[in-house]
Design a protein around this ligand. Structure first.
Ligand code: PLP
Length: 415
């Protein structure tokens, strides 16, 4: 089994030098763990000091198919040798196959290609507002959108306008109006917030950044019913939960719900290029007319070639099955840690939120200690850590990662 030696032996100088160089001139909007990654394959990455680490974050699920996935690299390399950017002023031969296959994967008929997740969310909001004015008949400028407390949808001004996380919002006003936030998991509260000017409900089917918050099983079906009854669009932000992570293609599939719009990103670019999309039917996405929305890079041939290769991987169902099988193992192992330094565990497929006893350690401290033992994970909100390894992680490696977590919990309990 591959393990990383402690930070205190070996030669940490390369790491320290690389970190110093980055911190001198990169804006300090992140607080990374003190590891400098140089390469990666599958679920493992290697640092500049030559140490190997099991990646249990997978770039927030952008690397669901593993680092250096050979099928995705082949698709990217082939396209690099042809053409990479045309802009949408012209057609390119990769976009058609990509949007056709992605729409089919989602059971819809239209795709709006963008780049980052936040752009997909912004695009979904614009589409919902335009649909509200042009199709639903809401008076101009009056549209509102219902969101959920604890949401994370990205970092743009409009998106942080409806965040309730002070570190995402404070100091960035004035904010975009037109959003109402209701408690997550409470369909009655959501229904009560809807009025005649409501054009959409925007939700994560499972809240990722909030700590892998899985709503009650009846919640999303109830939201679907309310949205249909009130002629309101249901928009599922599946940027982190979608594309295999939870054991199904979309987290909505777990409860048999079909939203009006899917927002996709992260893994859609295979960890190679940023690729995001809004996916829906033409009666909604068709409201956009030429010139009303766009992106210089959205739908570029390199992104489309990689995106097509990602869709092809998902069409096999293999990655969904892997997430399901490995997820069952992860859930069983983590549940056994409850009472041994762990207060609560929430899982969905190969995705886990673990609440550490705050009296023992912060999430950050647990992640630092995991790193010393060769496991990379990320804390969120105080004493919660999240695990989201690439779906290709082996059962033995996953087992070993949980062993390391158990050892860290024993260490902090003894300290
Ligand atoms: C990461 C994420 C986003 C934003 O994606 P970016 O590519 O970072 O802009 C939006 N929604 C959810 C649920 C996410 O996890």
């Amino acid at each position: 089994m591959d393990t990383a030696p402690s930070l205190t032996d070996g030669a940490p100088s390369l790491t320290a030098a690389a970190i110093e160089r980055e911190e001198a001139h990169a804006a300090h909007n992140y607080h990374p763990l003190p590891i400098v990654v140089e390469s990666g394959e599958g679920a493992w990455v290697t640092s500049v000091d030559g140490r190997r680490y099991l990646d249990c974050l997978a770039a927030y699920s952008a690397v669901n198919f593993g680092h250096s996935n050979p099928d995705l690299l082949d698709a990217a390399r082939a396209q690099l040798g042809r053409i990479t950017l045309t802009s949408r002023a012209f057609h390119n031969d990769q976009l058609g196959p990509f949007v056709e296959s992605l729409a089919a994967l989602a059971g819809k008929d239209m795709v709006l290609p963008m780049n980052t997740g936040a752009e997909a969310v912004e695009s979904g909001i614009k589409v919902a507002r335009a649909w509200g004015y042009r199709v639903k008949g809401v008076a101009d400028g009056m549209a509102n959108i219902i969101v959920a407390d604890g949401n994370f949808h990205g970092r743009t001004i409009s998106i942080v306008s409806f965040s309730d996380d002070p570190s995402a919002r404070d100091g960035f006003g004035p904010f975009t109006p037109g959003f109402r936030s209701v408690p997550y998991g409470d369909a009655a509260a959501l229904e009560a917030a809807i009025d005649e000017n409501t054009v959409a409900v925007l939700l994560e089917p499972i809240q990722g950044e909030a700590g892998i918050i899985v709503p009650p099983e009846s919640y999303l079906p109830a939201v679907r019913e309310v949205c249909t009854a009130k002629n309101v669009l249901m928009i599922a932000d599946e940027i982190q939960s979608g594309l295999g992570r939870t054991g199904s293609t979309f987290a909505c599939d777990r409860v048999g719900v079909v939203p009006d719009l899917y927002l996709l990103g992260k893994a859609l670019g295979g960890g190679i290029v940023p690729v995001s999309a809004v996916v829906g039917n033409a009666d909604i996405l068709g409201v956009l007319r030429p010139g009303e929305h766009g992106s210089t890079f959205g739908g570029n041939p390199l992104a489309a070639a990689v995106g097509s290769a990602v869709v092809a991987l998902l069409e096999t169902g293999d990655f969904q099955r892997l997430a399901d099988a490995r997820g069952a193992l992860l859930a069983a192992r983590l549940t056994a840690l409850i009472g041994h330094g762990v207060v609560a565990v929430r899982t969905a497929g190969l995705w886990a939120g673990i609440d550490i006893d705050p009296a023992l350690a912060s999430g950050r401290e647990v992640c630092e200690r995991l790193m010393e033992r060769g496991v990379l994970a990320k804390d969120t909100h105080g004493s919660t850590i999240r695990l989201a390894p690439p779906l290709v992680v082996s059962a033995a490696d996953l087992d070993w990662a949980v062993d390391q977590l158990a050892a860290v919990l024993r260490d902090v309990s003894a300290a």
